[in-house]
Design a protein around this ligand. Sequence first.
Ligand SMILES: CSC[C@H]1O[C@H](OP(=O)(O)O)[C@H](O)[C@@H]1O
Length: 364
Amino acid sequence: MKIDGTSYRSVWVDEKDGWSIHIFDQTRLPFSLDILQLTTPADVAHAIRTMQVRGAPLIGAVAAYGLALALRQNSSDSAIEEQANLLAATRPTAINLRWAIERMLSHLRPLSPDQRVQAAYAEAGRICDEDAAQNEAIGRHGLSLIQEIAKNRPPGTRINLLTHCNAGWIATVDWGTALAPIYMAHDAGLNVHVWVDETRPRNQGAALTAWELGSHGVPHTIIADNAGGHLMQHGEVDLVIVGTDRVTRTGDVANKIGTYLKALAAQDNGIPFWVALPSTTIDWTVADGIREIPIEERAASEITHVAGRTENGILTKVQITPDGSSAANPAFDVTPARLVTGLITERGLCPATESGLRSLFPEQ
Ligand SMILES: CSC[C@H]1O[C@H](OP(=O)(O)O)[C@H](O)[C@@H]1O
């Protein structure tokens, strides 16, 4: 996507040295656009753990390059297994991280150590290209949902969407998942507006989704997480589109904490609740999301402190809770398939059911 007229992906190989990796430091957005250079697998692991880089498809792609960086240091069988395990352990919920690492290992294990570095960069590049293409296709398929709403309204009527967290281009290699249809609807001239859940505690919505949409000129309004249900009750939401970190083969959806509550409110108000995902986010081995998907527990400090910019432009964190109060910070929740209207994938739309997913992915 573009930033001030220049096209970017969210991860890229340094054009000069041909091997170091660049990402945006998402912990500094929206106030500072800082590009980080990663040169070791430890850099990559740190960036994923601290959420300098985040978003299910993107952490998979960056971890793939992390393995390539590891192989530059040591391309032995034992080293590649050790580094793969270290990278896979950085965050537990997004299946894309494990998927990407397993794909890299399957590709690299059969090769001789001296072939592995070049092969790793090539495979990581393919993972990135595929993600960008899948998300563009998600955009096209999801656009049809918004066009369907528009055609049943007087021309130019504002279409109100609601999204939670950030499932935009900065959470993927390009285009995004939940935001891809919104970008395409806006670019097609539809009058779309987005209610952006701030998404406590890390405010991915307020800091990242709002930054993305504003950069692209998409009208949007940031709201408290708890305001979405009220807006739905008052007819202010036509469609909810969110991303996901892992979908079970039965259609249960793991996503940022708070997604489940939005799905409940959407069902209560008869509002379509769609989830956008590339097939790399489907965990075919899991049937019961609530019981089987590991939910990341992040630091209490993400609850007790909030990041922001002071009046004199300093980026800092401030404490917002009493000294001594404890805090719990589950980073994801699971929305049961029964609350999901449908899934938007690169191969099209389907119900959030096993038969629905297998109709699009019969090879699974
Ligand atoms: C396109 S995947 C985006 C997905 O990832 C986010 O989690 P995090 O910010 O913790 O990496 C969130 O659940 C988004 O829906």
